[in-house]
Ligand binder design. Structure first.
Ligand SMILES: Cc1cc2nc3c(=O)[nH]c(=O)nc-3n(C[C@H](O)[C@H](O)[C@H](O)COP(=O)(O)O)c2cc1C
Length: 195
C-alpha cells in the first residue's frame, strides 16, 4: 500500500475542553487509552491496547521528531510536540502533545504518559506543516532510512543552533507570538537553506 492510499486527506477535530490521553509501557505499547482517544482515532479500546503507539503514526510525521521524543523520554525528561496522527480510516488530526515518563518508587522509568490538547491551527499551518514537510523531504531523499533521519536531525540541530534556541524554547516560542512571524521565517525560509 502506498503512503497516499493510507490517508484520506480529511481532518478530524476535537474540542478545546477535551484531552486525548494514553499511556504506554517502556517499549511504547499502549496500556491505556481514554475515550477521547478511542473516539478520535476510530479504533476500539481493544484494538488499541497492547499495540505499538505507531498504530496511529501518520506518514507526514518526520522520523526525527520521534527520535527526539524517545531520546528525551528515555533521558527522564518531558517533551512538548506538535503531532499529526492517522485515524483508522486514514483521516488525520493534529494535537499538541505533552509526553512524560512515569517513575516508580526507586525513581526508575516504568512507562510513559501523553496528554494532547487542541493545537492552535495557525501554528500548525504557518510553522509546523512546512517544517515537517521539509524534514520529511530530507528523510525521503535518502534511500537508507537511518541516514535520512540522521540528516533530518542534523537539519533541526543546525536550525536551532543558528537561532540560538533549544528545542523547548522553539516550541514554547510558537505559542507566545500571536503572529508566529519569527517562527514562520524559521520554518519557511531557513529550513530550505539547511535542508
Ligand atoms: C506516551 C507515548 C505517546 C506516543 N504518542 C504517539 C502518537 O500519538 N502518535 C505517534 O505517531 N507516535 C506516538 N508515539 C511514538 C511512537 O511510539 C513511535 O515512536 C512513532 O509512532 C514512530 O513509529 P515508527 O518508528 O515505527 O515509525 C508515542 C510514544 C509514547 C511513549
Amino acid at each position: 500500500m502506498t503512503r497516499e492510499l493510507q490517508t484520506t486527506g480529511v481532518e478530524r477535530f476535537f474540542d478545546s475542553n477535551e484531552i486525548i490521553v494514553s499511556k504506554t509501557d517502556l517499549k511504547g505499547r499502549i496500556t491505556y487509552a481514554n475515550q477521547v482517544f478511542v473516539k478520535l482515532a476510530g479504533f476500539t479500546e481493544q484494538e488499541l491496547l497492547g499495540q505499538p503507539h505507531s498504530i496511529i503514526r501518520h506518514p507526514d510525521m518526520p522520523r526525527a521528531v520521534f527520535k527526539l521524543l524517545w531520546d528525551t523520554l528515555e533521558a527522564g525528561k518531558e517533551i512538548f510536540a506538535y503531532v499529526v496522527n492517522r485515524a483508522k480510516n486514514g483521516d488525520h488530526y493534529w494535537v499538541y502533545a505533552h509526553v512524560t515518563p512515569s517513575f516508580g518508587p526507586s525513581g526508575e522509568i516504568i512507562g510513559y504518559h501523553s496528554n494532547r490538547r487542541v493545537p492552535d491551527h495557525a501554528i500548525i499551518d504557518n510553522v509546523i506543516v512546512p517544517l515537517y514537510a521539509q524534514l520529511c523531504d530530507v528523510e525521503r531523499a535518502h534511500a537508507n532510512a537511518k541516514e535520512g533521519m540522521k540528516a533530518s536531525v542534523e537539519a533541526v540541530v543546525a536550525l536551532l543552533q543558528e537561532k540560538g534556541v533549544s528545542y523547548d524554547e522553539f516550541v514554547m516560542s510558537l505559542g507566545q507570538d500571536p503572529k508566529y512571524a519569527p517562527a514562520a521565517v524559521i520554518a519557511g525560509d531557513e529550513m530550505r537553506s539547511v535542508a
